[in-house]
Design a protein around this ligand. Structure first.
Ligand SMILES: [Fe+2]
Length: 389
């Protein structure tokens, strides 16, 4: 991989990773190590009522568990953060332990801000506004895709204002991530596949970002190699702890990669499809990836050769041929996991595509896409291709 003589970058991924089957038992020790004496455990009702995952973390926290808050809805919002903060205050909590997927982790990041700063969540919307670390935070992911355990971003919906609030601050990076594959075994097949594709899209997007750099590339390429091999095994054999562990590591590595290198057009489209039609984030990424690869082809010749090789796809021929082969392989991979491959299959109406192309321009991820996008007309064909036209 070649980089120009003008290469300069900052790479930061300070979250401590504790990996291994059964390592959730270390949650109490890890909380103690970072000074949490009274923890608020944050999770959701499905995990609390239908699995033993919340119980396992509670047990590991022992006397450090001050209270449990499980009212985080799937598409979490400001209200959930404020309710969680109220629970933390009432319990005298000095730190947060989150157990769940992206929505739970992001909600816990919001609560951690308020435990430190007080006030209302809306006061902290924006980038790098905090002047000190949020309250200490241990994350125990129960999905393997979002990478939120190692990112400095939280996306929290403001249902009142009907928009998503973005919090981007190095001070909300979790202190510890306990990556225990046993904690992801309960994730059903279709969600395993869709969230797993989110991880793959983070790795791909870190690679075709204008802000790509060698450290993020190394993490992204290894994540791509692992997802290709581990995700099908997780879907076909949900109880395969070793495969679950590899996928969880790939998700975290891809998370660290994109937290530094950023994401691009795939996420800009996915955020838009999610906001307008509620398409699942990982699924939308999975559907859009092949078409963005074809769109970016001329800017990403060398990059896509690296990605293709990591994904087990022959990298010979001209740039367009490599990108097209890679795109085809990504689509075939999604299909092999049982995922739909067209936006038409997930209830996006064809006549909405021009408005979606227009709305994509307002997504911040677009800034980093390898091929510049300046108008809606330029990306309408990508939307149409992803729709299945
Ligand atoms: Fe994502």
């Amino acid at each position: 991989m070649r980089y120009g003589s003008d290469l300069s970058f900052v790479f930061s991924s300070p979250t401590r990773l504790v990996f291994g089957a059964g390592q959730v038992s270390e949650a109490g020790m890890e909380a103690e190590r970072i000074g949490i004496t009274r923890a608020l455990l944050v999770s959701d009702r499905v995990l609390a009522e239908r699995t033993d995952l919340v119980g396992r973390v509670s047990k590991a926290l022992g006397s450090r568990l001050a209270a449990t808050f499980v009212d985080v809805p799937p598409d979490s919002g400001v209200d959930a953060v404020m309710a969680g903060y109220a629970a933390a205050r009432e319990a005298g909590a000095d730190g947060v332990v989150s157990v769940g997927g992206g929505s739970v982790i992001d909600t816990a990041k919001g609560i951690a801000i308020l435990v430190r700063e007080g006030g209302h969540l809306r006061d902290f919307e924006g980038f790098q506004l905090l002047t000190r670390r949020a309250a200490s935070h241990v994350v125990v992911p129960t999905t393997a895709g979002t990478g939120s355990e190692v990112t400095y971003v939280a996306v929290i919906k403001d249902h009142q204002a009907k928009r998503k609030l973005l919090f981007g601050d190095y001070n909300i990076l979790p202190d510890v991530a306990i990556l225990d594959p046993e904690m992801t075994l309960a994730l059903p097949g279709p969600l395993t596949a869709a969230t797993g594709m989110d991880a793959l899209s983070h790795a791909l997007e870190a690679m075709h970002s204008l802000q790509r750099e060698p450290v993020a590339d190394a993490l992204a390429l290894h994540a791509i190699r692992i997802v290709r091999e581990a995700l099908p095994a997780c879907v076909s054999t949900p109880g395969d702890v070793a495969a679950r562990g590899r996928q969880l590591l790939a998700s975290t590595m891809a998370g660290a990669a994109f937290s530094n290198a950023q994401v691009g057009l795939v996420h800009a489209m996915s955020h838009t499809a999610g906001a307008h039609f509620g398409v699942h984030h990982g699924l939308a990424n999975s559907i859009c990836m092949p078409h963005v690869v074809r769109f970016n082809a001329e800017e990403c010749g060398e990059v896509y050769r690296e990605v293709a090789t990591a994904f087990g796809v022959p990298a010979d021929g001209d740039d367009a041929a490599v990108a097209d082969r890679l795109a085809g392989a990504l689509e075939a991979f999604a299909r092999s996991l049982g995922l739909p491959t067209r936006l038409a299959d997930v209830k996006v109406p064809r006549d909405a595509l021009p408005a979606l192309a227009e709305a994509t321009l307002f997504d911040g991820s677009l800034v980093y896409n390898a091929k510049p996008v300046s108008d809606a007309a330029g990306i309408l064909p990508v939307w149409e291709a992803a729709w299945g036209a």
